[in-house]
Design a protein around this ligand. Structure first.
Ligand code: SF4
Length: 247
């Protein structure tokens, strides 16, 4: 008999309203290979902390389906950490959700190789990809996250080829990505992708700062402010001017 695939789960949220359309059951998977300076969930980054839950697909589906009536018009979002670090688990969950008529979004940084067969399989079957594009400039991306954006861009191109929808997410960090000329470049690039349905601009915040302290890790953005509402509006205007829908 086939061994059941076990997922490492950081946490779940039963009535998520910000990770895809409608009300959604959100599964935050444990583990992420990036090291974003602004990560508000640094405890979700290690592959395993010993504190996460482990669940089989059957166990997770039982939970998801107990909320079926509430998430019927929304669906399920696989988030993290980096969900594509556990591609087989994601793939099985997606297939089981589809068999139950549930829409599935995958919230990823695009750091995993989209040509690896298991990753590609998830990218081919997720109904919606929430792609967190960290930066357009590869050097800036490396400074901010530890890796460049090559795979994220390959991931976006793959979804374009497949004609499958993407929502771009982008965090505006003063001193890093809150740079209007960089945002112009990003908007000018994204407007050529018909798969991009909308862009979500997120202002940097320090809500996860205390977790860095608890983990004994150095938080480098203590003195970085959140963007002002005027800066957020200015950033939004750039994407709108390029014909993109901004959330
Ligand atoms: S991709 Fe997300 S989970 Fe991973 S380090 Fe960056 S912010 Fe944290």
């Amino acid at each position: 008999m086939k061994e059941p695939i076990v997922g490492r789960i950081h946490s779940t949220e039963s009535f998520g309203a910000v990770d895809g359309p409608g009300i959604r059951y959100v599964v935050f998977l444990q583990g992420c290979p990036l090291r974003c300076l602004y990560c508000h969930n640094p405890d979700s980054r290690p592959c395993s902390t010993g504190a996460e839950k482990t669940m089989t697909v059957d166990e997770l589906m039982e939970r998801i389906l107990s909320y079926r009536n509430f998430i019927r018009s929304g669906g399920v979002t696989l988030s993290g950490g980096e969900p594509l670090w556990q591609p087989q688990f994601c793939q099985e969950v997606i297939e089981r959700c589809h068999a139950n008529g549930l829409h599935v979004a995958v919230d990823t940084s695009g750091v995993m190789d989209p040509q690896a067969p298991q990753i590609r399989a998830v990218l081919e079957t997720a109904d919606l990809l929430l792609l967190d594009l960290k930066a357009m400039d590869p050097q800036l991306c490396r400074r901010l996250t530890g890796q460049d954006n090559a795979r994220a861009l390959q991931t976006l191109r793959l979804r374009e080829e497949l004609e499958l929808p993407v929502w771009i997410r982008h965090v505006l960090v003063p001193g890093y990505t809150l740079d209007f000329s960089e945002l112009e470049k990003m908007a000018a690039f994204l407007k050529h992708f018909s798969c991009v349905q909308q862009v979500e601009l997120l202002g940097f915040h320090k809500m996860g700062e205390y977790k860095w302290k608890e983990l004994g890790e150095e938080y480098q953005l203590y003195d970085t402010p959140s963007p002002t509402s005027q800066e957020m509006a200015q950033a939004k205007e750039i994407f709108v001017r390029h014909g993109l829908k901004v959330h």
